[in-house]
Design a protein around this ligand. Structure first.
Ligand code: ASP
Length: 316
C-alpha cells in the first residue's frame, strides 16, 4: 500500500484551549501534526507519514510558509511510494493556499487540504473527522487515478479554486461560492463523483516559489464614500517605500467601483501598477466586458484574485 503524507501547517485544527465547552477560547497551532494523527482512531494502522512544515495561525499566512509548503509538497509528490498528500491548515486563509497550490500541482496525484473550526480540545472538535475524511479522499482519489487539489471539510469535497470560508463560526463554514461540492462523503467515507468534474490542474514550474519575495499585491475595497483617498495615499507611499506591483479591487456588485476610485486607479495603472477587478459579493463573480479598463477576476474571491495576480506578475 502506498503512503499518504500529512503536512502540518498549524491552524485551529492544531489548536488547544483549557475549557472544552468554551471552544472559542483557544490558541491555534499548538499540537504537532503527529499528535493530530495519533488522536484519530480511524487512522490507526494506516500507512501515514507526518511532516511539520510550519506551525502558524493561518491568519498570519504568507509567502515564507507557502515557499516551505510548496517545496515539501513537491518533494513528497515526486516519491513513487506516496499516493498523495493531506495538508492540515487554518480555515482563515485556506482558500488562498488552496488556490495557489491548485495552480502549481499537476494532475498526477491528489492533494487534500483540511482544517477545523474547533480546537482539538473542544467537546465538539471537528478536526479528527475532517482529517480522517481527508486521508480517505486521498486514498480514494489515488485509487481512481485522480490528481489535483481539493479541500475536505464536514464531509464535502470542494474544488480548490471555488472553496471559500463562508461562515465565521459555524462548523459547516465552507462553500463553493455558488458551486456545489465536487462530492459528498457517505458514512463509510465513500464518495461518487464524475472524474470529469475533478479539478483541472496547473502543473506550472515550481521554481515560481523560489524568489525570497513575491510581488506586492494589495486589496482595495469599494464602498460608500470611497473617494480615492486611500489610492492616493498608497501611490504617495510607494514613491518613498518601494514597490507596489498590483491592486485587486474588491468591487461592488459585478465588480463595479465607486466613481471616486476611478481617477486614482487609472493613475495607478499609468504608473505601472496592474489593477484587476473582483467582487466583494460572495457569489456570481465578475465576468469580462468589452472595453474593460481593469480586467475581471472571474469567480475568485478577492484574496484568491490576489494570488492569481501575484502569479501573473511572476510570469505564470
Ligand atoms: N485562525 C485560525 C486559522 O486560520 C482559524 C481556524 O483555523 O479555524 O488558523
Amino acid at each position: 500500500m502506498q503512503n499518504v503524507v500529512i503536512l502540518g501547517t498549524g491552524g485551529t485544527i492544531a489548536g488547544t484551549g483549557t475549557d472544552p465547552d468554551r471552544s472559542w477560547q483557544y490558541r491555534a497551532a499548538q499540537l504537532s501534526v503527529a499528535q493530530l494523527v495519533d488522536a484519530v482512531p480511524g487512522l490507526a494502522g494506516m500507512a501515514l507519514e507526518t511532516i511539520q512544515v510550519a506551525q502558524v495561525d493561518s491568519k498570519d499566512m504568507g509567502w515564507a510558509v507557502w515557499r516551505a509548503l510548496g517545496s515539501e509538497l513537491q518533494r513528497q509528490l515526486a516519491r513513487e511510494d506516496v499516493a498523495g498528500v493531506v495538508i492540515t491548515h487554518g480555515t482563515d486563509t485556506l482558500e488562498e493556499t488552496a488556490y495557489l497550490l491548485h495552480r502549481l500541482v499537476g494532475a498526477r496525484k491528489p492533494v487534500v487540504l483540511t482544517a477545523a473550526m474547533r480546537p482539538a480540545t473542544a467537546s465538539d472538535a471537528d478536526g479528527p473527522a475532517n482529517l480522517r475524511d481527508a486521508v480517505r479522499v486521498v486514498q480514494g482519489a489515488s485509487h481512481r487515478g485522480l490528481g489535483g487539489v481539493v479541500a475536505v471539510m464536514q464531509g464535502c469535497i470542494w474544488a480548490a479554486e471555488q472553496v471559500r470560508k463562508a461562515h465565521s463560526s459555524a462548523l459547516n463554514a465552507f462553500d463553493g461560492g455558488g458551486h456545489a461540492p465536487l462530492a459528498v462523503l457517505d458514512e463509510q467515507g465513500q464518495w461518487r463523483q464524475a472524474a470529469s468534474s475533478w479539478p483541472v490542474c496547473g502543473d506550472v514550474d515550481w521554481s515560481v516559489l523560489s524568489p525570497a519575495r513575491c510581488p506586492r499585491v494589495e486589496i482595495l475595497y469599494s464602498h460608500a464614500d470611497a473617494d480615492g483617498w486611500l489610492v492616493e495615499a498608497v501611490l504617495a507611499y510607494r514613491e518613498s517605500h518601494g514597490p507596489l506591483d498590483g491592486l485587486i479591487l474588491a468591487g461592488t456588485g459585478h465588480g463595479t467601483l465607486h466613481k471616486g476610485l476611478e481617477g486614482g486607479l487609472s493613475k495607478a495603472v499609468a504608473r505601472g501598477v496592474t489593477v484587476w477587478r473582483s467582487s466583494r459579493v460572495a457569489r456570481g463573480g465578475v465576468a469580462s466586458r468589452e472595453g474593460d479598463v481593469f480586467p475581471a477576476c472571474g469567480e475568485l474571491t478577492p484574496a484568491q484574485a490576489r494570488v492569481a495576480l501575484m502569479l501573473y506578475l511572476m510570469g505564470v
